[in-house]
Design a binder for this molecule. Structure first.
Ligand code: GLC
Length: 742
């Protein structure tokens, strides 16, 4: 009986979803049939809101010239201009209201690169859920997130906004963000906001890490590395997608019909809408891809950009282009259909307004609690010599450095609405929650770029009089993010000198880094006994860091991106090709080369004479106060047929006396392919909590679909052959075994 009920329920759900979708299509068709060409083009036009232009914007909305606004955050103003759309324009089509809500609206979570270090999809989904609840509560119903640009270059400021270097991790966490923003599939939920997957595509490969620069991603790399996270987010139901600024191999994304139509629409069957990035359409003139804004409109419309962000070429030229036959009315209808479909699915026609009377949910207690947990899980313990951490609370502590009490900078990049007055810094947390701790505070520098060393002696004296020094260094928020690339990623200014001065006092030093990117900290490591890395941890970063330092929480974060030893090693990432001359474990150094050495390249392989072949810290690396032992790696079979599934099991034991969390990672290597394959690829991860002494068997299921890739013929399939498989605590370690696809 139960089975029949379950089947009927399942059938009813499928039927009702289908019916809803049919209903939406009918409503789209019906509305479209009543729209003039000008009204259709109005829907394709997004404008930036500014209070000073409220009147002119409102009249343009009333004339049906606007489909969306961004950067309006006053609920009353939103209702007013929405009322103009609903009641004054001829057809009453609601506006979709966008904002960059990248890692929180008011309650700010760790920057996405930090959230990626948690390897915790549920935590990331919950963070996006909270951001949606807060944003929707004031009338914003669309966010320009998640950003899923694979980032292998720490010089690029927007690595801060990414989920790191790995396609699988970025895809898993990007899909989680989409579900969090969009109410797990119910886009019309009153707390849902439409997600916008960006920047499509390849922006993270900007040459030289210089923002907005060209990318040169060939087809195989594009399909096997840069596209997969976007596909995962689209499959999770992302309602919209944003084109990127870069030209790839000479074609700007906002004019690239191959990625926007062939891949996105034909292959992925995406039925949401595509918005350009800020003026990325008219920037095709600067690119040298369009001679003027009229040609911009023709190129972008025909390439598949449905909505233009702020540059106003569609509203100016598209009607004429349709009349001249340069752009078919079907293209315009298709774009407007996509936009209306999302607006209907969001329920905006039924619920266009925000309830300004509802009780505020901003900075709700449970939101702050979730942000604190996110900051805890996002922290990565890089070094802990002699078990210096966690610190006993009866120690006398010298709190030093410009990031110990930086409420604005702690929130990180892409924060438009977070209020620094709500930020709890480490110093504030010390006073509020650890007031019994005996501490001295000497910032020594006012901010990360401060070059004034006059306070260094005070910092050194504070360290000398304490049992341990905790030094907070890193980056101001503005030093990462859009348009903020760096060619030197050492600790900026004189921070490294401050660290050395503090260490010269002769006491143990804990280095806490708060930054927007991986920094080249190898030369700082000898002056720190322990290192805790926090990618701008957000509103509640202070209590989180103290919980970790004093052991109330146990670090479990893992690096979502490689930390290089020298900026000159970039790009260096774990899932690289083997090359024809892979470097052996031991490579020669400059000291190994005799004077007047005879010219030779024999025996040389792919490495640097001055910085070797390895990064400082690899992808997936992170320590814990616990110790985890891996054993009994077992496969359900030594070989699987195409279409088959492999069950992978391993035992992990917490051999320490401290409860902890481990991110168990599963990697494979496809040894021979129709194109060369990476030396390792992450194919699974699980966060497990283990009490002191506890063991757990972790199980992964790996299908041949998981092993499929775009091979020589650019068809996606798994190829028969030999594989290696690892299960471990980072991309550099773990138990290894082998299997075949027959
Ligand atoms: C910016 C960014 C994009 C953002 C948009 C709207 O230039 O590239 O990520 O969503 O403009 O602010």
């Amino acid at each position: 009986m139960n089975k029949i009920i379950i089947f009927l329920l399942f059938f009813f759900c499928i039927f009702s979803i289908n019916a809803q979708q049919q209903n939406v299509e009918k409503r789209v068709d019906e509305l479209l049939s009543r729209m003039t060409l000008e009204e259709k083009i109005g829907q394709m036009n997004q404008l930036n809101y500014s209070k000073g232009e409220r009147v002119s914007l409102t009249s343009r909305v009333e004339r049906g010239e606007v489909g969306s606004l961004l950067n309006i955050t006053d609920p009353i103003a939103i209702n007013e201009i929405q009322k103009a759309a609903m009641e004054k324009s001829r057809l009453g089509i609601p506006l979709i209201i966008g904002r960059d809500i990248i890692h929180g609206f008011k309650t700010i979570f760790p920057i996405p690169l930090g959230q990626a270090a948690s390897f915790d999809p549920e935590l990331v989904e919950n963070g996006a859920r909270i951001a949606a609840i807060e944003a929707r509560s004031i009338g914003i119903n669309w966010t320009f997130a998640p950003m899923l640009d694979i980032s292998r270059d720490a010089r690029w400021g927007r690595i801060a906004e990414s989920l790191g270097e790995d396609p699988y991790l970025s895809g898993q966490l990007g899909a989680a963000m989409v579900k969090g923003f969009q109410g797990n599939g119910n886009l019309s939920d009153s707390n849902a906001i439409a997600a916008c997957v960006k920047h499509f595509v390849g922006y993270g490969a900007s040459e030289g890490g210089r923002d907005y620069n060209s990318t040169n991603i060939p087809p195989h790399l594009m399909r096997n590395t840069y596209l997969p996270p976007f596909r995962a987010a689209i499959e999770a139901g992302a309602a919209t997608l944003m084109t990127s600024f870069n030209d790839n191999d000479g074609i700007p994304a906002s004019g690239n019909d191959y990625i926007l139509k062939t891949i996105l629409r034909k292959e992925w069957i995406f039925d949401g809408f595509v918005v350009s990035d800020w003026a990325s359409m008219t920037e095709m003139i600067a690119h040298g891809y369009a001679k003027d804004s009229k040609q911009v409109s023709e190129i972008s419309a025909n390439a598949g950009v449905d909505m233009e962000m702020v540059s106003g070429s569609y509203i100016k030229h598209l009607a004429g282009l349709v009349k001249d036959g340069k752009v078919s009315i079907d293209v315009v209808d298709g774009a407007v259909r996509n936009i209306l479909r999302v607006k209907f699915r969001m329920g905006l026609f039924e619920n266009p307004y925000v309830d300004v009377e509802r009780q505020s949910v901003l900075y709700a207690e449970n939101h702050l609690k979730a942000a604190r947990q996110a900051a805890i899980e996002s922290a990565i313990l890089l070094k802990n010599d002699n078990g210096l951490l966690p610190l006993a609370e009866n120690k006398k502590i010298a709190i030093i450095g410009p990031l110990a009490d930086a409420p604005h900078d702690q929130m990180g990049t892409w924060v438009f609405d977070g209020d620094k007055n709500y930020t709890v810094t480490p110093l504030t947390a010390l006073k509020r929650e650890y007031s019994h701790v005996n501490y001295l505070y000497e910032p020594a520098l006012k901010y990360s770029r401060d070059k004034n060393t006059s306070e260094f002696d005070k910092a050194k004296a504070a360290a000398a009089s304490a049992d341990v020094a905790v030094v907070f260094l890193g980056e101001e928020a503005i030093l990462s993010g859009e348009a903020h690339s760096l060619s030197n990623i050492d600790l900026i200014g004189v921070q490294s000198d401050l660290l050395r001065a503090v260490k010269s006092a002769g006491k143990p030093v804990v280095l806490v880094i708060v930054a927007g990117r991986p920094l080249t900290i190898e030369r700082d490591l000898p002056f720190a006994d322990a290192v805790l890395y926090n990618f701008h941890p957000g509103t509640m970063g202070g209590p989180a860091i103290l919980d970790l330092i004093f052991g109330k929480a146990n670090p479990g974060g893992k690096l979502p991106v490689t930390f290089v030893r020298e900026v000159g090693q970039i790009p260096m990432y774990y899932n690289h090709n083997n090359t024809g001359r892979p470097a052996p474990d031991k490579v020669m150094t400059l000291d190994d080369i005799s004077l007047e050495a005879p010219q030779t390249s024999l025996g040389n392989t792919s490495f640097y004479l001055d910085s070797g072949k390895d990064p400082l810290y690899p992808f997936g690396y992170g320590l814990s106060y616990s110790k985890f032992d891996y054993s009994d790696l077992h496969l359900s079979s030594g070989s699987i047929a195409l279409g088959g599934t492999l069950t992978v099991k391993a035992t992990i034991q917490n051999t320490s006396k401290i409860d902890g969390t481990e991110v168990v990672q599963l990697y494979i290597q496809d040894l021979v392919g129709s194109i060369v394959r990476p030396v390792k690829e992450l194919k699974g991860f699980q966060r497990i909590s283990l009490k002191a002494g506890e063991s757990k068997i972790v199980e992964f299921r790996l299908t041949t679909d998981d092993l499929a890739f775009y091979g020589r013929d650019l068809e996606k399939k798994a190829e028969a052959g030999d594989f290696k498989l690892w299960v471990g605590g980072s991309s550099k370690e773990g138990l290894m075994t082998k299997f075949k696809i027959e």
